[in-house]
Design a protein around this ligand. Structure first.
Ligand SMILES: Cc1cc2nc3c(=O)[nH]c(=O)nc-3n(C[C@H](O)[C@H](O)[C@H](O)COP(=O)(O)OP(=O)(O)OC[C@H]3O[C@@H](n4cnc5c(N)ncnc54)[C@H](O)[C@@H]3O)c2cc1C
Length: 291
């Protein structure tokens, strides 16, 4: 089923993100996690797209199994990295053959150590071009990324929202956001997007911080502010991983409860391939996705 149809029918959607296991991570462990996540009756599970090679093949394999074996609606991420138009056309054909109907269309990051994204000759420079390409040729429901605090390469939030509008005008059906730790940033972003004429659903992405090791990755995203109280608590609990994990889940629960009070259209939880924290958050908010 297309996510756009779900979004039209339902006031609220619940979804989770998983990623192909890195290096020697086990696919069996990931599929166990996915089965546990499916027990929460999400509306869809999204599968990220790797930087290249075998993780890309795995993205297709995972997305296909989620859809065809588990009967769970899936959102396959796709980036423009290292791909010419014809490569993208072929990959979209592969997704379609597996019955996948939803694509999260992304530009992708510059390679490690580089600050600027250089498009592959014959490929795409920005996600709006990928959205247009998909819209012109295929019958997919298309999601795009949004950045409540602005994308790292954008000179400011306003400019970034102007570019977000390009993706919407090219045919995007919904937006999933980057993680944010202060809901005020999400509400400001949503208001600015609406003021720029963006009326498609904006689904907040929520990332439960479970240990201090996740912080460098969050900082590397460039623009995600860490609230003072969270930062203080994290340094207090740096040597107490269990308490830190519990605090991180409680923080995410408070964040999600506030988002629901503020009438968000859905919730997308970054699972980090672990079902436990997601189950705790969803149970605490007493959420039933279906019906
Ligand atoms: C929900 C979500 C899921 C993600 N999943 C993945 C994944 O699976 N795999 C992966 O590799 N990465 C993933 N990413 C990361 C993403 O690829 C990076 O953040 C990337 O740097 C930007 O991708 P984008 O699609 O937002 O790019 P774009 O929308 O193209 O924007 C990139 C930058 O260019 C600017 N810009 C956009 N269009 C134009 C234009 N026409 N002219 C001038 N400037 C422009 C924007 O303001 C922004 O600064 C994800 C991000 C999010 C939020």
């Amino acid at each position: 089923m297309k996510i756009c149809d779900l979004l039209e029918k339902k006031r609220f959607t619940l979804s989770f993100e998983v990623f192909p296991p890195v290096r020697d991570g086990s696919l069996d462990a990931l599929f166990r996690t996915i089965r546990e996540l499916k027990g929460l009756s999400p509306d869809f599970i999204s599968v990220t797209y790797g930087a290249g090679g075998s993780t890309r093949d795995m993205s297709l394999e995972i997305a296909s199994k989620v859809k065809n074996e588990y009967g769970q609606e899936v959102l396959a991420h796709l980036t423009c990295v290292d791909s010419k138009r014809e490569d993208i056309g072929r990959i979209l054909g592969d997704f379609r053959r597996e019955g996948i109907e939803n694509i999260l269309a992304l530009r992708g990051d510059p390679p490690k150590g580089e600050k600027v994204f250089s498009p592959t000759p014959g490929g795409f420079g920005y996600a709006n071009e990928l959205v247009e390409f998909i819209r012109d040729r295929n019958d997919f429901c298309i999601g795009v990324a949004g950045y409540p605090e602005g994308h790292i390469e954008a000179p400011g939030l306003d400019e970034d929202i102007i570019h977000l509008k390009r993706k919407v005008d090219a045919g995007a059906d919904f937006i999933i956001t980057q993680l944010f730790l202060d809901n005020g940033d999400f509400y400001r972003f949503r208001d600015l997007a609406r003021a720029r004429g963006i009326s498609i659903p904006i689904i907040p992405g929520v990332f439960p911080i479970l240990n201090v090791k996740q912080i460098p990755r969050i900082i590397s995203l460039g623009v995600v502010k860490i609230p003072k109280d969270l930062e203080r608590k994290m340094s207090e609990l740096a040597e107490k991983p269990e308490e830190m994990g519990k605090y991180g889940i409680d923080f995410a629960i408070r964040q999600v409860q506030d988002l629901i009070r503020n009438e968000v259209r859905g919730l997308h939880l970054y699972s980090m391939n672990r079902s436990g924290p997601v189950i705790s958050i969803v149970s605490a908010i007493g959420f039933k996705a279906k019906g």
